[in-house]
Design a protein around this ligand. Sequence first.
Ligand SMILES: [Zn+2]
Length: 161
Amino acid sequence: MSIITVIDVDQTEVAEIRFDAISGSRSLFSKKAFQKNEVIIEFMAKDVHSQPNYLTVQIDENVHIELLPECLECCNHSCDPNCFFDTTRMHFVTLRAIAPGEEFTFFYPSAEWDMDQPFECHCGSSQCLGVIKGARYLSPESHRHYRFTDFIQQKLGIQLK
Ligand SMILES: [Zn+2]
């Protein structure tokens, strides 16, 4: 059982943070319906770091940004994600249709080459990959299956040569 509190930090029309007091985890949920390939919200860099941390998204070699609106940092990983951070256009977009009240998730390695904090995934997806460490550790099948940022795609191209 869990006690869920809704926090609307950023006052966006599209998303709300839910805080689970038992696990201490935060999640990001949709407040409206979206079509596939729709822009949910545009984002910016609140802060830029040369090293990754658990809040950052990688946009280039040694360039890791903290996200604005900040609620986006609550978007959890799934091996079967419904969202994607397009770090070229700086758009948070849908990968499939999303219903109001559905959790937004993205595939962390889609925007992380080598993660600061690898973790064991419990997303519950039938295609769960287990330990998530970053795009460089994925199989060729996963490289074909998932959508990656332009930066990661470029890294994968270099790696495959
Ligand atoms: Zn998983």
